[in-house]
Design a binder for this molecule. Structure first.
Ligand code: GSH
Length: 210
């Protein structure tokens, strides 16, 4: 049987691709990666060729007859066969879903103000107040999840990283790259995310890209 494929953008640019890529790695799925460089003349055509009926953006997940786009939908699809990607307890799982969706649908100011870029050290760059408010909300989300459900380990829902952690991983990267000041609890969470072998693997590959 052929392996599933995740179509992604450059690892240094595509924050949306990182999310399901991380979920697949955490679930231990044996998948192929098809990387399409973004911002090139043929980017759109290449993405369209990979999945003609999809939205023309990466990531896209292809697994036999399954074709799914939108990072969170891909994570959900993977979780059908790897339910451990969501917390086991119902209230924790509901909370994880809510904050994963909040990330997917929001924080536009932060995303606009601080484009994803692992190669640059952008510490000291001024963050506009709207992006600052997004960071405030993000760190509050982390604190509340950790206080309510995270006692067993360093991740949002304890000992096992979940799709919620995957959804926030690019924000962790932005906070680091832009040197955005956060409190000790948020700093400890950032450290836990960066310590994931898959995060290190993604970062190393991003730095090696042309
Ligand atoms: N809501 C989508 C966003 C996907 C997205 O914006 N992908 C960007 C790369 S990070 C892309 O494909 N850009 C290429 C283009 O628009 O041509 C998701 O969650 O997957």
């Amino acid at each position: 049987m052929s392996r599933p494929t995740l179509v992604i953008g450059d690892k240094n640019k595509s924050s949306w691709s990182l999310r399901p890529w991380l979920a697949l790695k955490l679930a231990g799925v044996d998948f192929e990666e098809k990387l399409i460089f973004l911002d090139k003349k043929d980017t759109k055509a290449n993405i369209k060729a990979a999945a003609p009926g999809a939205a023309g953006k990466v990531p896209i997940y292809l697994d036999g007859e399954v074709v799914v786009w939108e990072s969170l939908a891909i994570c959900e699809t993977v979780a059908e066969t790897h339910p451990e990607l969501w917390p086991a307890q119902r209230a924790a799982r509901a909370h994880a879903r809510a904050i994963a969706h909040e990330m997917h649908a929001g924080f536009l100011s932060l995303r606009k103000c601080c484009p994803f870029d692992l190669k640059k050290n952008l510490e000291g760059l001024t963050i506009n107040p709207e992006a600052g408010a997004d960071v405030y909300r993000v760190t509050r989300i982390w604190r509340e999840a950790r206080e309510r459900f995270g006692a067993g380990g360093p991740y949002l829902f304890g000992a096992r990283p979940s799709i919620a952690d995957c959804m926030y991983a690019p924000v962790c990267a932005r906070i680091t790259t832009y040197g955005i000041p956060v409190d000790d609890a948020a700093r400890a969470y950032l450290d836990a995310i960066w310590a994931l072998p898959a995060m290190q693997e993604w970062k190393a590959a991003a730095l090696a890209e042309p």
